[in-house]
Design a binder for this molecule. Structure first.
Ligand SMILES: Cc1cc2nc3c(=O)[nH]c(=O)nc-3n(C[C@H](O)[C@H](O)[C@H](O)COP(=O)(O)OP(=O)(O)OC[C@H]3O[C@@H](n4cnc5c(N)ncnc54)[C@H](O)[C@@H]3O)c2cc1C
Length: 373
């Protein structure tokens, strides 16, 4: 019987994996099925832009899959039986069987990280969450963005630039842009000063209520809108099914991107963690897309009985937008540690836009993997 590769999740990692596997298997009778909860590709790296009021390109998955031979199943994954190799779904056909599985279900906001976050905070992790925030920002007056990582930084800058009447605060437990070089962090502070975003560093949040934040030191910070951008988490499905996972529930994979417990399963993108030059991969599009493309190659090799090669996962930069006309590009070593080299201002903004467009181009044309492409 024909071998069947099933890919769960059509984000950057899963869509790339499905298209690449289908391309490699052209001319064979192997089948590739892609399961996703919606029929649209979500450009997740632009969700802060969408929440700020900008229009995003509509990217139907059927259009992106046209001519590839990949079968699309629009359904939510509810369970995984690793023994019988069956995926359970919440819609027709309710079950799909696989010989090789690519697990690429991505991540969501970590709303258990602070009391009250699930009830009162808005998030940017999904298209639905960003749409709710977009409606809210149209009438908000004071916004507190919690999280000094890349998502919080990009969100605070984008919201203030798009809605200058808003009072925007960025609140983080450590320094803003932790892990970036001194030059990059200096530029972040200049940009926030120019835009009028108030930054509160070393200010841990203890909880969130209907009127704002309760801080660790007992003070309150009022805001009519709180955006929780302090970390992502993955669904419990992988761990619950018996796949070996790390403490965050991400699928533990080896250098060939295969699960360390179930070699017929590949794990890619935010939902998995692979060995890299600097330790293990962190959640990012920068690693998710190449992981997906290389897992697609590897899955095709597996079903055609060929040896697998170690994947190449390396970092090149951290590309941070500060609204539409400014940014910071922090160039990094392959292990993700920052170099002294940074690009700032309009040049960085244009660079990030080109990289982001290039990512969608890559989703349409998943040719050979080249780092940075
Ligand atoms: C606002 C924002 C800005 C960002 N900016 C950057 C950036 O500049 N650079 C960068 O490298 N990274 C950035 N990221 C992170 C980046 O978006 C993620 O690392 C990337 O999306 C991970 O890709 P993925 O394919 O693993 O997961 P996703 O893109 O999340 O895709 C997962 C897919 O699985 C589907 N799915 C989930 N659960 C189920 C289920 N149970 N059943 C069926 N389908 C399901 C989802 O609908 C989705 O289509 C940003 C993230 C956000 C939110």
């Amino acid at each position: 019987m024909a071998e069947r590769i099933v890919v769960l999740g059509a984000g950057y990692a899963g869509l790339g994996a499905a298209k690449r596997a289908a391309r490699r298997l052209r001319g064979t009778d192997a089948r590739v099925t892609l399961v996703n909860v919606s029929d649209r590709f979500v450009e997740r790296v632009r969700l802060h832009q969408f929440a700020a009021g900008q229009a995003l390109a509509d990217l139907p998955l059927r259009g992106l899959l046209d001519g590839t031979g990949v079968e699309l199943v629009v359904a939510g994954v509810t369970g995984l039986d690793l023994g019988t190799r069956v995926v359970r779904l919440d819609a027709v056909p309710y079950e799909v069987s696989y010989d090789v599985l690519v697990y690429a279900l991505g991540s969501g906001a970590d709303l258990d990280a602070a009391p009250g976050a699930a009830e009162h905070a808005f998030t940017l992790a999904t298209a639905d969450g960003a749409a709710r925030l977009r409606s809210r920002l149209a009438e908000a007056r004071t916004v507190a963005v919690v999280g000094g990582g890349l998502t919080g930084i990009e969100a605070a800058a984008e919201f203030k630039e798009a809605h200058p009447r808003l009072e925007v605060q960025l609140i983080c437990a450590g320094p803003v842009g932790d892990g970036l070089s001194a030059a990059a962090r200096r530029h972040l502070h200049h940009a926030f000063h120019r835009l009028g975003v108030t930054v509160h560093e070393y200010t841990p949040v203890a909880g969130i209520g209907p009127d704002g934040l309760l801080l660790d030191d007992g003070r309150a910070a009022s805001a009519d809108t709180v955006v929780w951008a302090a970390g992502f988490r993955v669904a419990g499905l992988a761990a619950a099914s018996g796949l070996a996972t790390d403490e965050q529930g991400r699928v533990l994979v080896d250098a060939t991107l295969r699960s360390v417990s179930h070699p017929e399963v590949f794990g890619v993108g935010d939902a998995a963690t692979a060995p890299t030059a600097g330790g293990r991969s962190r959640m990012s599009c920068q690693t998710g897309l190449p992981m997906g493309l290389q897992a697609g190659d590897a899955a095709a090799r597996l079903v055609t009985g060929r040896d697998l090669r170690p994947a190449r996962i390396r970092y090149l930069w951290q590309n941070i937008s500060l609204g539409r006309r400014d940014g910071v590009t922090q160039f990094t070593r392959a292990d993700d540690s920052p170099l002294g080299v940074v690009l700032t201002g309009r040049a960085s903004a244009r660079y990030k836009e080109a990289v982001t467009r290039g990512t969608v181009w890559r989703m349409r044309h998943p040719g050979p993997y080249r780092p940075g492409a």
